[in-house]
Design a protein around this ligand. Structure first.
Ligand code: MRU
Length: 345
């Protein structure tokens, strides 16, 4: 990749987002200057992925403050606008974490809020690189086959974060160490984050990959074509249950059956100790039409209604390891081949 991908950037008076809805066909940016546009961009997945949503939320507070100055809002109107950003999507806890990080600085003005959002972004970027290194260390200690074959689901790459990626940070690190054979990237229905975004990132970096239909993933694991699955997370509950893109739990079940590690790579900002279990994680239910049409053309009968949960919850017992910037927590033991000594924090 010639220059690092930055999904979310502050221009000084606006939020500049890569429009992820038009990738990989077009690399376009949206400049966001008002709260309605930001909430719309979050809901349409112009900006998406838990850490990127956190950074967008943090800068979004500055957007709301600048709009409040321009339009003469009173304080309750500003607070209501900030709440709208904070709750624009419900599952990724990072969105609320990002907003809450900068909210105490509202009295200090938009420049102070934007500066704190910038620190939040830099911390996330550093966390991504640490996750990549810890995850690669752990995989190379626990998986004996070389080079390693990885399966990933959805997009947990540079586009979903401040840059580099969580699950794709691990993949990039394995590739940089010459230890990666192939990435099986699940297509990720219905919005195709895998085939549109993950494949785009991997292709740019020259990382060997294959896109497969989501329905192929468990079979690919059970056929012995994969050594480890690495995914991101939208929220990790206090008991270790993991919410991530719909389809993740099927991958986890297949990994458990096959006896290969199912690894979750996420920054500490995705761990939500106030949410006790996966059952308490709000799961976004998106418009059913997203699963009933293809490029605007309806593929299901006119009378058919869709069911479109955007995320699922993988029980902690199916998660072999949680990789954060502080190290590797072995959540569930006994599934990984070899049973070598644990590593990390
Ligand atoms: O609906 P999305 O595209 O926002 O869902 C994204 C995911 O599920 C990612 O795997 C998760 O946010 C982790 S991104 C590092």
């Amino acid at each position: 990749m010639t220059e690092p991908l930055q999904a979310v950037r502050w221009t000084g008076d606006a939020l500049r987002l890569i429009d992820q809805t038009v990738l990989p066909g077009r690399l376009e940016h949206l400049e966001i200057r008002d709260v309605d546009a930001l909430v719309d961009a979050i809901r349409r997945l112009v900006v998406r992925g838990a850490p990127a949503l956190g950074v967008a939320g943090a800068y979004g507070v500055a957007v709301a403050m600048l709009q409040a100055e321009r339009e003469g809002w009173d304080r309750p109107a500003l607070e209501a606008a900030i709440d709208r950003i904070r709750t624009a999507r419900p599952t990724a806890v990072n969105l609320a974490v990002g907003v809450d990080r900068v909210r105490p600085l509202v009295d200090a003005g938009p420049a102070a809020v934007a500066a704190e959002a910038e620190r939040f972004l830099r911390e996330d970027l550093a966390a991504n690189h640490a996750i990549g290194a810890h995850g690669a260390d752990w995989i190379l200690a626990r998986v004996s086959r070389r080079p390693v074959r990885v399966l990933t689901h959805c997009n947990a790459g540079a586009l979903a974060t401040s840059g580099w990626g969580t699950a794709l940070g691990v993949v990039r690190e394995l590739h940089a160490r010459g230890a990666l054979e192939i990435v099986y990237a699940d297509e990720t229905r219905p919005l195709l984050q895998g085939s549109r975004l993950t494949a785009w990132e991997l292709a740019h970096d020259g990382i060997p990959h294959l896109v497969q239909a989501d329905g192929a993933a468990p079979s690919t694991v059970l056929r012995g074509l994969v050594d480890v699955a690495v995914i991101g997370a939208d929220r990790v509950a206090a008991n270790g249950d993991v919410a991530n893109k719909i389809g993740s739990v099927g991958v986890a079940l297949a990994c458990a059956h096959a006896g290969i590690p199912f690894v979750v790579a996420a920054p500490c900002s995705t761990v939500d100790l106030t949410t006790a279990t996966g059952a308490d994680i709000p799961i976004e239910l998106r418009d059913g039409e997203e699963v009933l049409a293809w490029e605007g053309v309806r593929t299901a009968p006119a009378a058919t209604r869709g069911f479109n949960p955007a995320f699922d919850v993988t029980p902690a017992g199916l998660v072999t390891a949680l990789v954060t910037e502080t190290g590797v927590l072995e959540v569930s033991r006994g599934q990984t081949p070899g049973g070598d000594a644990p590593s990390g924090a």
